[in-house]
Structure formats: C-alpha cells, structure tokens
Design a protein around this ligand. Sequence first.
Ligand code: NAD
Ligand code: IPM
Ligand code: MN
Length: 353
Amino acid sequence: MAHRIAVIAGDGIGPEVVAQALRVLDVMRCDRGVDVELWELPLGAELFLKNGTTFPLELRDEVKRTCAAVLLGAVGDPRVPSGEHAHDILLGMRGAWDLYANVRPVRALTDALVPLRGKAKGDVDMVIFRENTEGQYVGAGSERGRGAPDEIAMSREVHTRRGVERLLRAAFDFARLHQRPLLMTDKSNAIQAQGIWRRVLEELRREYPDVKTEQLYVDALAARLIQSPERHGVIAANNLFGDILADLCAALAGGLGLAPSANLHPAQPGHIGLFEPVHGSAPDLAGRGLANPLGTVRSLGLLLEHLGYPEEAQRIERTSAEVLRLGRCTTDVGGSLSTEAATSAFLEVLAHH
Ligand code: NAD
Ligand code: IPM
Ligand code: MN
C-alpha cells in the first residue's frame, strides 16, 4: 500500500524548495517504484492572514492517523511578527506527535565548501541529536510591564528525566550502531537545571560501555567545532543549544542551503516523522529563484530512508555531492544556477546514480 505523505510548503522560499523536492520524488516514483501518495496542505502565513487558521487540531490528528511522514518547507513570515502560525504548525507537530529527536546530520559533501583553513570534507561529518519537545521551548514564561522601566520578561526551561533519557538513548543507540563517539553538551556550570543532563549521561554510560562518551560545556564546544570539527561524531544537546549548533555545523558543511533534518520518535518504529531543511523561510531570497533546493531534497532523502528506501536516500546523497563537485548548483554554494535549473541539473546527474 502507498505511504501517504503530507506536504506543507509553508512560507517564503518554502514553496520554491518543496516544489523542487517533489520533482525529485516524482522521478523516484516513476523510475524506482517509490510508492507514495501526496497530500498537500495549504498551511502557512497566507492562510493565517486570510482567516486566522494555523493548523486545525482535527486536521493535525488526521495527518497523524493517515500519514507516514510530513515534508515541510519552512514557516515564518515578516507579515506575522508574532510567529503565531509558525509556532502552531512546526512546534505543534513536534510537540503533539512527541517527535522528541530532531536529528540533523552534518556531512560536508565537497572539500571546497568547508570554510575552515586546512580542513576537508572528511573532517566535517557528525550528527546532531537535538531534544525537540522540552528545554526552553516549553513556552513557560511571562512578560510584565511591557515598555515600562521595570519591565520583566521571564522564561523557564524544563528538562524531565524521561525527556533527557530518551533523547540520550536515541543518541547512544545511533553512536553504537555507527561506531561513533558521543558528546553531550550543556551549560550546567551556569544553569543548575541542566545538571540533569550530566547525571543521566553518567547513568546511561554504564549501559553503553562500548560508546566513547564525553561532556563539554556548550561555549567550549562552539570553539572546538571550529578548531577540530573532526573530533565530533554524535552531538546530543537540549532543544535550544541543538538549534543553534545545527546552524553553526551547517555552516561548517557549506551553508544552510544544504542542511537536512528529521524530527522523529525513535522509540517507536513506524511512528510519523517530520522532515524539513534546517533553514527557515529566508524572506530575503523568496521569489527570486535563488534558494538552494538541496537542503529540502536531502530532507526528502531522510524521509525516504524512514519509509524504507535506504538506497534512494543514498542516491540523493551521492547526487548532491556530484552536482556540488561539478558546480551545477545555486549561488550560495558556488554555482550560478537558479533554484529550478539546479534541480534540473540534479535530475540529470541522478539518472546516472
Ligand atoms: P533562515 O534560515 O531563513 O535564513 C538565514 C540565512 O540563510 C539567510 O541569509 C538566507 O538567505 C540563507 N538561506 C536560508 N535558506 C537558504 C537556501 N535554501 N538557500 C540559500 N540560502 C539560504 O533564517 P532566518 O532569516 O533567521 O529566519 C527567517 C524566517 O524563517 C523566520 O520567520 C524564522 O522564524 C523562520 N524559520 C523557520 C524554520 C522552519 O520552518 N523550520 C527554521 C528556521 C527559521
Ligand atoms: C528550526 C527553527 C525553529 C526552532 C523556529 C522556527 C521555531 O529555527 O527548526 O531550527 O527554533 O526550532
Ligand atoms: Mn533553527
């Protein structure tokens, strides 16, 4: 039976890059027997501005019930400064479906795109496991006296044992499977509530004696990622730190235009997954044909792997590396092609891989 995939193109460059990923998917459906059925949902700023709709709960439940995965472009629009719709759509899916692991692989595909002196593509190859349901994203906060001299804005961060443990377990399992070192990062020297990350890491370490583990405060990690990216295999982090590190690491591998991600519930095989590029809606690029489609195309690769098509996922990775090597890509990664032309080049090269 065909897997059903919901598609949310979203805002800004979202629709442009998703359209390109769907071209790639179309080829895989025709030539490679990838059996999927698409359901396009017109959610985003446009709909919100029209009638206030963000992501109706019944619709979200229906997607969860009937779909194997969601492919998302990006949400966020300058006309909605509160980010209300983006919050409901993106954080809504992550939270309501308990997609507790935001897996963000960072693999440089060509030497030329690694911005660090003396480093090559083999030096940038890590996977970030970002906790995706708690931390500073729980929305427990308040503002008092907006604009007043004594204004105060407060926000809590929440880390539960269950939440920390399951994320670390997913990271440990991945590290074990791929024989990579695991690094957990936190800021427990300044933020007491993050001490739980160290304690749970210590406990789990005993269950995974074969996995080399390490802890580093996030400030020190930021420096070390630039100086010695090759020392990192798997990085586990809380929600906020994982968000920031994902963009930093994306830059080490050639930029946000290339970075893919998967939002998963790894404890349960077959659970719905949400796949999206790491980048946002890039309003500065929207409508100009400049957006790099590869971050979304590679996210489609992760989606196909999730559905049980690992070979198609690998083909997407190989083809991405090849178009970059040939310079048949968009301007952010050294090429001169438009979003659409870069995808046409991708499809040509894909035919040989
Ligand atoms: P952004 O990721 O949209 O853009 C940051 C920089 O990267 C910009 O210079 C942009 O031009 C560049 N960039 C991004 N995607 C690119 C691509 N495919 N090709 C080439 N260059 C690309 O981050 P931002 O500007 O901070 O955020 C813009 C909006 O997107 C905000 O509303 C933000 O909240 C939202 N956002 C959404 C998501 C998501 O939906 N998953 C993720 C991040 C940001
Ligand atoms: C991401 C984005 C989101 C996040 C924003 C848009 C809420 O930056 O997916 O990385 O912070 O998780
Ligand atoms: Mn982010």
